[in-house]
Ligand binder design. Structure first.
Ligand SMILES: C[S@@+](CC[C@H](N)C(=O)[O-])C[C@H]1O[C@@H](n2cnc3c(N)ncnc32)[C@H](O)[C@@H]1O
Length: 220
């Protein structure tokens, strides 16, 4: 996402704001992550944020994963939401290409109860993916949008049967529905098609924030 790009979350949206206020509780350390992200980064709107964060935490709690993979850590908000649902001894591998964001995320993890459960890998996702072979119980994709179809081809095989594949921004400000020239929208449209047409997956696209795709891999 380009810095400064207005998102669903930046707009005045009373139902979404009400839904956010009525969802919780949000742990104190996440309020601190959000505040630090708005104080210290140039594109704070990239943060997962509280409504979607509560959704991630709830999905993770229901899934109770032992191994989680996140692509795109940013300042660690989503990572910490997913960590709430980890099974005892479970771990999260998360990949961030911007060292300054990784530095912030490390501090946010240290300020949470989950520092020992999170492995932060700094570098390009394409360099780390060969080393993160899984299998994973839950995967959250929240990185460069044009690579989503490529990530899908790799990640679906690394998801264990019954595992969840989550992807953020799949509505791309409503642009996925029209066949315009936006290359990010085109890639996200292709990602949504791949997920829907894969016989191993069942999927629902939730229209919260910029669109959250929730897909489950079948058990057989
Ligand atoms: C939308 S933000 C992630 C938000 C985060 N998941 C959260 O919960 O707040 C996307 C992040 O992915 C990182 N990123 C994008 N493409 C990447 C790539 N190819 N390799 C590594 N990191 C990447 C960016 O630096 C950015 O911090």
């Amino acid at each position: 996402m380009m810095p400064g790009k207005p998102t669903q979350r930046d707009r005045h949206d009373p139902p979404a704001e009400y839904a956010e206020r009525m969802s919780g509780p949000v742990p104190d350390y996440l309020h601190r992550v959000e505040r630090q992200t708005y104080l210290k980064t140039v594109a704070p709107q990239m943060i997962t944020g509280s409504l979607q964060g509560r959704m991630l935490a709830l999905l993770a709690t229901l899934q109770h994963p032992v191994r989680v993979l996140e692509l795109g850590t940013f300042t660690g908000y989503g990572t910490l939401c997913l960590a709430e649902g980890l099974a005892t001894g479970g771990t999260i591998d998360t990949v961030e290409g911007n060292p300054e964001m990784a530095w912030l995320a490390e501090r946010h993890f240290a300020d949470s109860p989950f520092a020992d459960s999170i492995n932060l890998h700094v570098g390009q996702i394409s360099d780390w993916l060969p080393k993160l072979t899984g299998p994973f119980d839950l995967i959250y994709v929240d990185a460069d949008k044009q690579s989503y179809p490529y990530y899908f081809g790799i990640l679906v095989d690394r998801l264990r049967p019954g595992g969840l594949l989550l992807a953020d921004n799949v509505l791309w400000d409503g642009k996925v529905g029209s066949k315009g020239p936006d290359p990010d929208a085109a890639a996200l449209r292709e990602y949504n098609r791949l997920v829907l047409e894969d016989p191993r997956l069942e999927v629902v696209v939730l229209p919260i924030r910029d669109g959250l795709s929730v897909a489950r891999k079948s058990l057989v």
